[in-house]
Design a protein around this ligand. Structure first.
Ligand code: C2E
Ligand code: MG
Ligand code: MG
Length: 688
């Protein structure tokens, strides 16, 4: 036969088996594959090489062929001579000779290798599926346009969707709006560069609207032409870490109490605003704010109330400004505002007034309403400074000028302020030097008895002879001396000086001086020193003066701070014989019921109430009431800051005991004050 060679040399296993199972013919491939020689094959029974699993099917198929049906292709396994299993795929048909069926002919292809590969693949796929399903990382598969094709349970859990729901969505539907632009950009870059992976952090939006922070590593798959096939994003939950980072950032850049930006963030913002102003050739304003009398609230009502007040003030400040203005807290009761958008400087006073008004409203601290006002200093870029440090310093100087102007007001920076005031830092180092160089001196101001029209007391007032700036008034340096505790050595110096001066006066004018107290201002810081009374005793004995010659002036805030301790210190002083006066009465928050329990001699009405007495009915009412109240508490009353006849007349009529003020005498050096005062009193009594 011409084609016999085709069969013999075919790559398939070809066999003819008679109905008894004898192998009538097998080709070379059959022999090679199953490992038999032609002679051995001739004596084999077909079932001895057919794998037992297939015996049963074999009978069935033969039956089908004999009844004239066609048997579709099928798989069958054989056993080689070495006992190995060979998997084949093939077909069988009837073998006929001269139209008479003689057996079955079969054509089989060895697919063992393919089968092995397929099985291995299936196994791998199953492994991958298990990993995919059980992974704690969220894994998904996206079409190039971002549609979800698949998502594993972790991915679904993270975002709160079912896989079915995700398959209706695109990746941009579950991306945080602020991160969509970046997501699309990354996709375009990946496509353009055919890059295969992207690692980044991004925010997703969960089904319930919550933010989900993820570490994303996304892999792109392309076909051989570079057309994108799909991407596989793998995400891990980093929400907790991000929240912790956010908290740390907040702590680093925001003030914990008021939640306003702190000094660091303020410095950043200031630099940014300055850079913008420079680039666009625009102006910018910096406001420096300091609450007036905040220290008093803190001292008398305690830190908890002080904190609450700061929070309310911060809120009011923010509320009175626009969103793109930066409000920051520098510390204590100091705030700063960066204004970039106010069109013309003419609008700045309006803004400042708005802030002053908002802050001046009564603040309800639960226990009582408190009034705080604010001082604002304004400095402008570029006129008042071209860098942050200079602007801040000048706004600060302007703020001090506003304070000097009585507070509750604002001042624009002007160059004279610079000339007048040394910066606080210089002031501090100068102040230290002033102690060692003995640049301080005292002046004395008489206090006049309104009934006898005689000098009843002298208040010692501290001055600082600065080598460059001339004489500096105590209001300019005492607060800083208190902050830096330099007031302790300064206060001791004052007391010693006053005691020595009194001793000299008593020696030279012994009879007259018996009627005259010398008043010393005592700062809260001094008063709080545990050894304050010991110090007083020591100085008294060292200078040889009598305690009853002296009166200590203490501001009401000091008295109210820690009433119990205060009472004990006051009682010890009183036991020595020293008089006690409450200074600047009316400016603090003392409660009258407390005053009743304190061993006090005198109450000094603050000069701010006297100043407006003729124009301001409120002040008139306060002064009258204070005098009346003091009388009921058995306290003497001194009106401070009496400058005019009208003021004098007013307090005189209301039975005020003593007055002190420029109307009678300014503070003068020790060797001038007695003479000047007596001259004045003599001339005024001879006139009347
Ligand atoms: P103070 O104890 O209330 O002193 C009275 C202040 O009013 C003094 O200001 C005095 O010069 C001023 N004065 C007196 N009469 C008039 C007047 O008719 N009109 C006006 N406008 N002012 C008048 P000074 O000397 O500037 O002292 C300011 C404050 O500095 C004092 O207020 C006191 O609290 C503090 N101080 C002064 N010396 C010392 C001191 O040795 N130690 C401490 N701790 N504080 C001091
Ligand atoms: Mg005083
Ligand atoms: Mg006073």
């Amino acid at each position: 036969m011409e084609y016999a060679g085709l069969v013999e040399n075919s790559n398939d296993l070809i066999q003819v088996v008679d109905f008894e199972g004898r192998l009538l013919y097998v080709n070379q491939m059959w022999l090679d594959t199953l490992g038999y020689s032609r002679e051995e094959a001739a004596s084999l029974h077909f079932f001895s090489i057919l794998h037992p699993d297939f015996h049963c099917n074999c009978h069935e198929r033969i039956g089908q062929l004999q009844s004239g049906q066609v048997v579709p292709r099928f798989e069958a396994s054989f056993i080689t001579r070495d006992g190995e299993k060979i998997v084949t795929e093939g077909s069988i048909s009837l073998y006929q000779e001269n139209g008479v069926p003689r057996g079955i002919q079969g054509f089989f292809r060895d697919i063992t290798q393919r089968k092995k590969t397929e099985d291995a693949l299936r196994e791998r796929e199953e492994q991958f599926r298990t990993i995919f399903e059980s992974s704690v990382a969220g894994i998904a598969m996206l079409a190039p346009d971002g549609r979800f094709l698949q998502a594993n349970p972790a991915f679904c859990n993270f975002l709160g969707y079912s896989e079915q729901e995700l398959k209706q969505l695109k990746i941009t539907d579950v991306t945080h709006p602020d991160d969509i632009e970046d997501t699309l950009l990354r996709r375009n870059i990946a496509r353009a560069n055919r890059s295969h992976s992207i690692v980044c952090e991004k925010r997703y939006l969960k089904k319930d609207g919550e933010v989900f922070w993820a570490q994303l590593s996304s892999t792109w798959f392309f076909d051989e032409n570079g057309t994108p096939l799909y991407t596989v994003p793998v995400i891990q939950d980093i929400t907790a870490r991000k929240e912790a980072e956010e908290r740390i950032r907040e702590l680093a850049y925001y003030d914990v109490l008021t939640r306003l930006p702190n000094r660091s963030l303020f410095n950043d913002r200031l630099e940014q605003s300055l850079a913008l102003a420079r680039r666009h050739d625009r102006q910018m304003a910096l406001m420096f704010l300091d609450l007036d009398r905040f220290k008093g609230v803190n001292d008398t009502l305690g830190h908890v109330m002080g904190d609450k007040l700061l929070q309310i003030a911060a809120q009011r400040l923010s509320d009175s400004l626009r969103e793109n203005d930066t409000v920051a807290r520098l510390g204590g009761d100091e705030f700063v505002v960066i204004l970039s958008d106010y069109r013309t400087p003419d609008n700045l006073p309006h803004i400042a007034h708005k802030i002053l008004h908002a802050l001046a409203q009564p603040i309800d601290l639960g226990v009582r309403d408190v009034y705080v006002t604010t001082s604002i200093g304004v400095a402008l870029y570029p006129n008042d400074g071209t860098d942050g440090v200079e602007l801040l310093r000048n706004a600060d100087l302007a703020m001090y000028a506003a304070k000097e102007g009585g507070g509750n007001t604002f001042r624009f920076y002007c160059s004279e302020m610079n000339a007048r005031a040394v910066s606080r830092m210089d002031l501090e180092s100068n102040l230290r030097r002033a102690i060692s160089e003995e640049e301080f001196f005292l002046e004395y101001q008489p206090q006049i008895d309104l009934v006898s029209n005689r000098m009843a007391g002298l208040e010692a007032l501290l001055r600082w002879q600065h080598p460059q700036l001339g004489v500096i008034a105590p209001n300019h340096f005492i607060p800083l001396a208190e902050e830096t505790n330099l007031i302790i050595p300064i206060g001791e110096w004052v007391m010693r000086q006053v005691f020595e001066q009194a001793s000299r006066w008593h020696q030279s004018h012994s009879t007259m001086m018996d009627e005259i107290r010398v008043a010393i201002n005592v700062s809260g810081r001094q008063f709080d020193q545990p050894d304050f009374v010991d110090l007083v005793r020591r100085l008294l004995s060292e200078t040889g003066v009598q305690p009853q010659w002296f009166e200590f002036e203490i501001t009401e805030n000091v008295l109210m701070k820690d009433v119990q301790r205060t009472v004990s210190t006051l009682e010890q002083l009183r036991a020595l014989g020293i008089h006690i006066a409450i200074d600047d009465f009316g400016t603090g928050y003392s409660s009258l019921s407390c005053l009743k329990n304190l061993p006090l001699n005198r109450l000094k009405i603050d000069k701010s109430f006297i100043a407006d007495i003729q124009d301001n009915p409120n002040d008139r009412a306060i002064v009258s009431a204070t005098i009346a109240m003091a009388k009921r508490l058995d306290l003497e009353v001194t009106a401070e800051g009496v400058e005019t006849e009208g003021q004098y007349g007013f307090v005189h009529k209301r039975d005020c005991d003593e007055v002190q003020g420029f109307y009678f005498c300014k503070p003068l050096p020790a060797d001038e004050v007695l003479g000047a005062c007596w001259n004045y009193l003599e001339s005024s009594s001879s006139q009347s």
